[in-house]
Design a protein around this ligand. Structure first.
Ligand SMILES: C[S@@+](CC[C@H](N)C(=O)[O-])C[C@H]1O[C@@H](n2cnc3c(N)ncnc32)[C@H](O)[C@@H]1O
Length: 284
């Protein structure tokens, strides 16, 4: 038993998408320590070089918030989960931190140069979220989202994906959750068709057509921190204890036996940071 076993509390027997979206606070500390940040050139591509007033939605423990602040932006971080916000208060005191969700954003009309989201847009209810985001961005301002996707071209990372094979439950090819499908990077890289929303992504008619870009990213892990990373995922957090034990066993086996990992104290987990950007249209 290690200390992380205390986080293995099941929240629901029905593994619904909404339950998964609400589950992150169960492992806020683990989340902060094991999840990837966002590359500075991705932040620059989205927001440019001038310091902006930015509202970040689904800010979690502040991983993207800190990258935005380091790039010179003034950030209001909005997050619905109490435990994630508590963690962010510790790690990211430079941000204004507010309780709220994308569907009801606690900031004034046209008060932001940009609204930014890191690895959370797929949890939003798109219609009300788009209306709210358009309300708070000044016309012509930027709306952008990032996702950090594991690069499954790395053989051991592809093996990790097989362990998490059931994780796609609740995702759908037609909506933004498609980005969480295993193989989403292959679709984005143009290697295969499928995942409707990824083939022609949209933020609705209040926004201009989406441009996208890709940035390499990586995190150094130990066998223990890789297990922590898997334990911070919504799929894991909402699985029953038998499933959690089985995932733990398989991840431990992967790090102790895969030729690229066996005997290594540290190794790099490669990601691709996928960035989508768009502008808020002038209001009629
Ligand atoms: C995978 S975490 C991403 C956190 C952080 N942005 C990052 O990049 O590490 C997803 C976050 O979205 C939040 N979330 C879920 N549903 C949301 C909603 N409807 N509006 C805003 N945030 C939401 C969760 O509480 C969680 O903190």
């Amino acid at each position: 038993m290690d200390s992380l076993d205390n986080a293995s509390t099941s929240v629901a027997s029905g593994d619904t998408w909404n339950v998964r979206g609400d589950s992150f606070g169960l492992a806020a500390t683990t989340y902060e320590q094991s999840r990837p940040s966002y590359p500075s050139d991705a932040v620059r591509w989205l927001l440019g070089d001038r310091g902006l007033t930015v509202v970040e939605l689904g800010a979690g423990t502040g991983l993207l918030t800190r990258a935005l602040i380091a790039a010179g932006h003034t950030v209001t971080a909005v997050e619905p989960d109490d435990s994630m916000r508590a963690q962010m208060t510790e790690t990211t005191p430079q941000a204004e931190i507010l309780a709220g969700g994308a569907e009801s954003i606690p900031v004034d009309d046209a008060s932001a140069d940009a609204v930014v989201v890191g690895h959370a847009y797929h949890w939003f209810d798109p219609e009300p979220a788009h209306a709210e985001i358009a309300r708070v961005i000044r016309p012509g301002g930027t709306f952008g989202t990032f996702w950090n996707l594991r690069d499954e071209d790395v053989p051991w990372s592809a093996e990790l994906t097989k362990i998490l094979a059931d994780e796609d439950t609740g995702t759908g090819a037609e909506g933004s959750s498609a980005i969480m499908l295993h193989g989403a990077l292959d679709v984005l890289r143009g290697r295969r068709e499928g995942a409707e929303w990824l083939m022609s992504p949209t933020f609705g008619d209040r926004f201009t057509a989406i441009e996208r870009n890709f940035f390499p990213n990586e995190v150094e892990h130990t066998p223990k921190s890789l297990l922590e990373l898997i334990r911070s995922r919504s799929y894991y957090l909402t699985s029953d204890n038998a499933k959690k034990e089985e995932i733990d066993r398989q991840v431990r086996e992967l790090t102790s036996s895969h030729p690229e990992l066996r005997g290594r104290e540290t190794f790099k987990l490669r990601y691709v940071t996928v960035a989508f950007r768009s502008q808020a249209r002038e209001r009629p």
